[in-house]
Write a protein that binds this ligand. Sequence first.
Ligand code: COA
Length: 263
Amino acid sequence: MFDRLKCDIAAVMERDPAATSPIAAYLMYPGLKAVRWHRRTHKLYLGGHLFLARAISQWVRHRTGIEIHPGATIGEGLFIDHGMGVVIGETTIIGKDVTIYQGVTLGGTGKERGKRHPTIEDCVVIGVGSTVLGDITIGRGSKVGGGAVVVNNVPPNCTVVGVPGRVVVREGARVDVVDLHHEDLPDPVVEMLRCIQHRIDRIDARLTRDESATPGLAKPSGPATAEAGSGTDAGPDRIEPGSACDLSPVPVLVPTTPVKEDQ
Ligand SMILES: CC(C)(COP(=O)(O)OP(=O)(O)OC[C@H]1O[C@@H](n2cnc3c(N)ncnc32)[C@H](O)[C@@H]1OP(=O)(O)O)[C@@H](O)C(=O)NCCC(=O)NCCS
């Protein structure tokens, strides 16, 4: 019993720079009180004394602002700093040396039964005001940023922030979740105009070739004629077959009667 008390006090001294002495930690830290009372209520809960266990845990909540359901499984070295507004649900499992700040909820997502609260692995830090919901796992050594709402599993050694929580650091390296290169965004209007230009070039070249091959057709004029007059479709053939700009087959118009010059 004293070994556990020493371990609890050591957790406070180690993780709170404001802790001045072990006796102050023992007397003034609501988190320490709540954790110690939870060990007793958990034994009662496992022994089937659910009402008494709940009654004591509610009394502890009034005194500390920390509500730990007697059914929660809590490992050694849990440090709840400040405490007020912490809620730990019935099927929560907390590993060793976990740190939780005020306003943290480890809760379920609805009225489902069975394992419905999070599993927090060893050495996790859960920041002020954050919410971890559902039967998810926060991997060993991970940090949940203040104010985050986490609803998915978090791998080990990650930092997760925001609503909904997203991993921003994994194994010490930044994870770039947002591409801020707005200047590189594709412009759909420009893309469409480029496609239309390809179509026009191709049709123009095909017409020019057909006109020069067919006696009686008018000699084409204009810039496209100069480019395609040699009989090659240099520009338009850049289009990849099957691409959005591929127009094949392009219909070929063959006049059955001689066409007059002014048509
Ligand atoms: C998340 C936290 C643990 C920092 O982790 P870290 O691994 O050192 O990460 P960094 O500080 O390098 O931050 C990484 C990115 O997340 C952002 N970030 C950090 N904390 C955040 C938070 N709580 N909410 C939203 N974004 C956050 C940072 O701005 C940074 O983004 P950027 O690089 O685009 O600027 C810390 O910010 C935190 O929230 N700790 C909780 C402590 C606490 O509750 N104290 C209460 C004392 S009473």
